[in-house]
Design a protein around this ligand. Structure first.
Ligand SMILES: Cc1ncc(COP(=O)(O)O)c(C=O)c1O
Length: 316
């Protein structure tokens, strides 16, 4: 499978000494927050496969979609510019007067942005994207469309490779891997990687049934392009629910407390949309003794999501 090198790999695996001592279990972290700066986080691993296909098809414009503050859209816009292509984004929500965080970077990168309502996003984002791609074609461009979160079968292969990267690293055996789930591609890829411990995907929105179906759909797509197999849900992988909070991107005070605690103990920066909720789940499960032993927290990045939210900060 062709890839285009965008990420700084392999990302380090580190033991979190002070957090481990505090919770009475061993917590390690896989630093995918260090894959790059503009390209930080898990999305770049998917983009290595997706942008290679865009390039092979001779695309000059890359279209994708996500929430107003989507890390995936920002990373796609950065990758597009790094490869001399035009980024075009379909974003859910309303444009604020002053852009900040990921949206500021989208603007800085000169991404062409079209907005849609949450209902349009839910019901017809793929149709709108296809129509936007037609418009690019009519204007003489060559579009390449990436689905929400880069979570196609091809994108998920980036996380099969990430799992293999982990297995080749000098790291101990783990009792489980914990990762945030937003569109399912990261969990699908890790679940297909054949790790010798379970992968627990923490839903940051929606629910277990929705994401389990998404993981299966993405894995079927991946199996059609490469020889990968998704083991049955249960022992090898699971979607954990109960940590979504009131809504996508809404973090309750205890999530902010977790973010501040991890920052102060370890100098590790989490975000309120994805990694803060996933870490909150891991610490809660360890505290309740539902999980024990040695755990790997897969840090998927997202730190730009901290900016503009200072009024929500809570002391640990
Ligand atoms: C920082 C961060 N972590 C985790 C995720 C979840 O990954 P996935 O969409 O592959 O489920 C995303 C994107 O949705 C993200 O931006």
């Amino acid at each position: 499978m062709d890839t285009f090198s965008l990420a700084r790999l392999p990302t380090p695996v580190q033991r979190l000494e002070r957090l481990s001592a505090e919770v009475g279990a061993e917590i390690w972290v896989k630093r995918d927050d260090l894959t790059g700066f503009g390209l930080s986080g898990n999305k770049v691993r998917k983009l290595e496969f997706l942008m290679a296909e865009a390039k092979a098809q001779g695309a000059d414009t890359v279209l994708t979609t996500g929430g107003l503050q989507s890390n995936h859209c920002r990373a796609t816009a950065v990758a597009a510019r790094m490869m001399g292509m035009e980024p075009v984004l379909l974003l859910r929500g309303e444009l604020p007067e002053v852009p900040d965080s990921n949206l500021l970077l989208d603007r800085l990168l000169g991404a062409r942005v079209r907005m849609c309502t949450p209902q349009e996003y839910r019901d017809s984002r793929n149709e709108i994207l296809a129509q936007m791609a037609d418009e690019v074609r009519q204007a003489g461009g060559r579009p390449y469309v990436i689905p929400e979160g880069g979570s196609s079968g091809l994108g998920a292969l980036g996380f099969v490779a990430a799992g293999h990267e982990l297995m080749a690293q000098d790291a101990p055996d783990f009792d489980g891997v914990v990762v945030a789930v937003g569109s399912g591609g990261t969990l699908a890829g890790l679940a297909m990687a054949g790790l010798d411990c379970p992968v627990k995907g923490v839903a940051v929105c929606d629910d277990r049934a929705y994401f389990a179906a998404e993981v299966r759909r993405i894995a079927e797509e991946a199996a059609a392009i490469d020889s990968v197999v998704l083991p049955p849900q249960g022992e090898a992988w699971q979607v954990v629910e109960g940590y979504q909070g009131p809504a996508y991107a809404v973090a309750e005070p205890h999530v902010w407390q977790t973010i501040a605690k991890v920052a102060r103990l370890e100098g590790l920066l989490l975000d309120p949309v994805y990694t803060g909720k996933a870490m909150d789940c891991l610490l809660d499960k360890l505290k309740r003794k539902e999980w024990s032993g040695r755990w790997l927290f897969w840090h998927t990045g997202g730190a730009f999501g901290l900016f503009g939210r200072g009024n929500e900060l809570v002391e640990p």
